[in-house]
Design a protein around this ligand. Sequence first.
Ligand code: BEZ
Ligand code: FE
Length: 312
Amino acid sequence: MRNVDEDTITQIVLASQAGTQGPRFKQIMTSVVQHLHALARDVELTEDELYQGIQFLTDVGHITDDKRQEFILLSDTLGLSMLVTALNSRKPAGCTESTVFGPFFVANAPRYENGDDVANGAKGEPCFVSGRVTGLAGEPVPNARIEVWQADSAGFYDVQYDGATADQGRGTLRSLEDGSFHFRSITAVAYPIPYDGPVGRMLEALGRHPWRPAHLHFMIEAPGYERLITHVFRAGDQYLDSDAVFGVRSSLIADWRHHEPGKAPDGTNIDTPFSTLDFTFVLNRAAIVAPRQSDQGGASESRAAAGNWRMD
Ligand code: BEZ
Ligand code: FE
């Protein structure tokens, strides 16, 4: 084609994509072109501004590696991740709401038994977490795979430390027969998302701060139920209404109860202040039950650990 101009170029580009493989990819690429062109027209984008945008994305790419995922930070801080989460996790009232995954999940985290300390040396005030996994009718969900991950008291995940080798502040465990679970960890604190790169510069230019309110990440899976990816946020945190990644839902805010030194829920004596948290996760029934190997559990996993750490 020749003599493409500002009035014809969008249709001409779309026509050039007529042979796109797959209807879904075609739908997405059509929309990408339409929206990019609409943006350029809307703001009368200059060539210099286009170059600056390309340079910004180049910087995002350059700082990204297997430990630092700046593209996820970009998607998160622009609200795209939370929008996609919301679009893909509509569920009945009463189910625990989903929120962003974030960039600090690490596959193959260590397995723990109920009662174990998932901090595994991560620094912070002790915290005893208990809870239950249920379905919408209140039925207990036993043997649910519960994955938890969190930052330490300095606001860093284990993978953010240079040369980190041990998994700290992350792990998986299984709910017991009555759907309950309990583990020891450290008290969550507010922390800034990494802001020493292009996304941090973008936030500054937008007059925004990089902080997230204190939270624990959870991913919960059980046969017959939808996978739940969520956080539990700490009530009273100053950033609950200005989360840098727009992830807070009121239903996910819980009290971390403060305790003076003394007897802890696991029966030990703790000589520092500690906290306790109790939270019930309500899973949505899966539309299609597709058994997978990871749903089957393993003989080595505990189903027998007794007791519960509620401090009512
Ligand atoms: C997080 O909570 O781990 C997180 C989420 C989005 C961006 C950065 C961090
Ligand atoms: Fe986090």
